[in-house]
Design a protein around this ligand. Structure first.
Ligand code: AVI
Length: 333
């Protein structure tokens, strides 16, 4: 998940320095700076990475089970239905490098089926959790080489050198996480992946397709209100780690499809005027004002292929579901 949603850090901050409250934060100085920068924009926003504390991760798992939230199960069925072709496209030698691997749960099908010579390289920012997952995977897949790397995949990171010159690296980026990046940030991430695997390398990526707005809006505003809780939990998380004083009950979840930019937008709308403190800064949020918390871009097949081509990727194969709701594609550099 992007830490900046595509906003680059200016060399010097245009915002006032943090006050003394920022000394007790559970986030580092760069994160505090990023929060202040986003929150103090004319259109306030908050980085979506703060969705994922313990509660938020559990709520996201619950979202993936919802009737309305089609992406997870659709991608899983595409993988299941086409696993043999995918495994052949990955090839017989090299590494599968998963960006933002988390629990690696969705990758088990590939780990079960890939050629035995292919090593698995899960990349995740949370080092301790990554080691636990890697130990578990080594137990469950004793014949597979597992080489975890603790890194923030949104920034360039070093891979150990390949053992054989002719081996090919394939980046695996499932879950339509690419859709949570703004277009410029998505393009630069695709370029970074391209540079990392070099010529002849691959990219196996899942992305969400454009479809009827009613289907999309239901997926991000479900009847049981799980997505609303997921969105609101971001405020609770920031209260805990970033010295914020959000009153959760004074915001409501808003999700809609922006059909000009082809994206779901999630916001939190304030139900009254209030003064908010966050990471050592403060601002007034008016009644009815919205704080942007997430974009989830939806692509056309051609649009995604063009964006990838601009970053040096040629589409080799694409697999989709009967409704054409979601796509998994193999690109080659
Ligand atoms: C993680 N990401 C791909 C999800 C999405 O669909 O954009 C995050 C999410 N937000 C609300 N529901 C799910």
């Amino acid at each position: 998940m992007s830490s900046t949603l595509g906003i680059d850090s200016p060399a010097t901050s245009p915002f006032p320095p943090a006050d003394s409250a920022s000394r007790n934060l559970l986030i580092d100085a760069n994160e505090a700076e990023e929060l202040r920068r986003e929150f103090l924009q004319p259109q306030p926003s908050l980085p979506s990475k703060y969705f994922y504390d313990q509660t938020g991760s559990e709520l996201f798992d619950a979202i993936c089970e919802l009737d309305e939230y089609y992406p997870t199960r659709t991608e899983a069925s595409i993988m299941q239905d086409n696993i043999d072709e995918m495994v052949d496209a990955i090839g017989t030698a090299g590494r599968l490098i998963e960006y933002g691997s988390g629990s690696s749960l969705k990758t088990r099908l590939l780990l079960d089926n890939m050629y035995p010579e292919v090593a698995y390289v899960p990349v995740d920012i949370s080092g301790d959790y990554l080691q636990q997952v890697a130990d578990q995977l080594r137990g469950d897949f004793p014949d597979r080489r597992i080489d975890p790397i603790a890194a923030d995949f949104t920034r360039p990171f070093q891979l150990p050198k390949q053992q054989h010159a002719q081996s090919r690296d394939v980046v695996y980026f499932p879950g339509s996480t690419i859709g949570n990046f703004r277009p410029a940030a998505a393009s630069s991430l695709l370029s970074q992946m391209r540079n990392q695997v070099g010529r002849g390398g691959g990219l196996l990526i899942g992305f969400d397709l454009q479809k009827a707005p009613a289907v999309l809006e239901a997926a991000y505003d479900d009847r049981r209100g799980v997505t609303a809780l997921f969105n609101l939990n971001l405020l609770r998380h920031l209260n805990r780690v970033a010295g914020a004083n959000f009153q959760m009950e004074q915001y409501r979840h808003v999700a809609f499809y922006n059909d000009i930019n082809h994206r779901i937008e999630m916001h939190l709308e304030s139900t009254r005027e209030q003064r908010v403190q966050l990471a050592g800064c403060s601002r007034t949020i008016r009644k009815g004002e919205r704080i942007l918390t997430e974009y989830s871009h939806k692509y056309s097949m051609d649009g995604f292929t063009r964006m990838a081509a601009d970053s040096g990727w040629r589409r080799e194969s694409v697999w989709t579901d009967p409704n054409e709701y979601f796509a998994v594609a193999m690109f080659r550099s």
